[in-house]
Design a protein around this ligand. Structure first.
Ligand code: ADP
Ligand code: MG
Length: 306
């Protein structure tokens, strides 16, 4: 569904340039529901706006379905925004028209496209648990209910892809859970691909795949076997080596950049988990380099498997 490679976005203001995405790679399969997690300023909204056709990338590759986002004409972009992606913002004022009813809000994007499908609008509102509120004005709804209307709106034109920027950012945690449960259900029942960006780690616990973004680059990725199993909390990869740091589960991959003279920077949390400081051992098998603590390093409290 999504393939980004070396994606770059540079914002130019008067005399400064901000490189918000600096060669980001991301692949999302059709029908997947995944989370991109990162701190404020890491480039999450920039990425999502590009994928949503709201902003243009500066360089690299970004393909969504049949569309190449770097080569689209303005007309194609409008078509893309209407048919291919649904968008949900944290601040749902951007999604909703306050003086219309709930049902009218969901029908509005359909009307812009041509004709409202009332039965489908009602179906969507039932799917987000608001069938009893269809005649209410938006001002009569709670923040969580408004966010659920926003989800129904994002699906009104049956897009294959839904992008949500901090969808639980302005609701309490119980409401946030409810919203994520709705996303999961829509993903399962409608097969819609869902990409959520957030800075909230508790959201990451509730999906199968999480990609971390830092300084405009995707880095760590972790995959969970069973998102719905009770007590699973994001570190459940079952092939974790015994004694290895539980934060890293079994699968851990991070992309780092080699500089011109061959130096690379190892993330501090890796170093801490390996208990390496000052001196490390490199092992090269002709294909891969493994980095670890020196063999004569003091016991680290973990089993010595050498
Ligand atoms: P996040 O959503 O992860 O908080 P953003 O994608 O909004 O991060 O921002 C990434 C970086 O790009 C930040 O340094 C931000 O200041 C900068 N940025 C975002 N939008 C603009 C813009 N329109 N003009 C200039 N800089 C921007
Ligand atoms: Mg943001």
């Amino acid at each position: 569904m999504i393939h980004c490679e070396g994606l770059v976005k540079i914002f130019k203001t008067d005399d400064i340039e901000v490189v918000a995405l600096q060669g980001l790679n991301l692949t999302v399969g059709q029908g997947e529901m995944m989370v991109i997690i990162g701190n404020s300023g890491s480039g999450k909204s920039t990425l999502l706006n590009i994928l949503g056709g709201l902003d243009r990338p500066s360089a690299g590759q970004a393909v969504v379905g049949q569309w190449n986002l770097l080569k689209m004409s303005s007309e194609q972009l409008i078509e893309y925004k209407r048919r291919t992606v649904g968008f949900i913002w944290q601040n749902n004022g951007r999604n909703l028209v306050p003086y219309l009813t709930v049902l009218q809000n969901v029908e509005l994007p359909m009307l812009i496209q041509g004709k409202a499908d009332r039965a489908y609008a009602k179906e969507l509102l039932a799917a987000v648990g608001l069938e009893h509120r269809i005649g209410s004005r938006l001002t009569q709804l709670s923040g969580g209910e408004q966010q659920r209307v926003a989800i129904a709106i994002s699906l009104s034109n049956r897009p294959p892809l839904v992008l949500a920027d901090e969808p639980t950012g302005s609701v309490d945690s119980a409401t946030g859970e409810q919203i994520l449960a709705i996303f999961r259900r829509l993903n399962r029942d409608l097969g819609v691909t869902i990409v959520i960006v957030t800075h909230d780690l508790s959201v990451a616990d509730k999906v199968d795949r999480v990609v971390a973004i830092r300084d405009g680059l995707t880095s760590t990725e972790w995959v969970k076997r069973d998102a719905d199993s009770p007590g699973s909390n994001g570190e459940a990869a079952s092939d974790a080596a015994p004694g290895s740091d539980p934060r890293f589960g079994g699968k851990h991959k991070e992309y780092v950049v080699l500089d011109r003279v061959g130096r690379l920077q190892i993330p501090p949390d890796y170093l801490e988990a390996m208990q390496v400081s000052g001196k490390a051992v490199l092992e090269f098998d002709g294909k891969r380099v493994t980095i670890g603590p020196p063999e004569d390093s003091p016991p680290s409290g973990r089993p010595d498997r050498s």
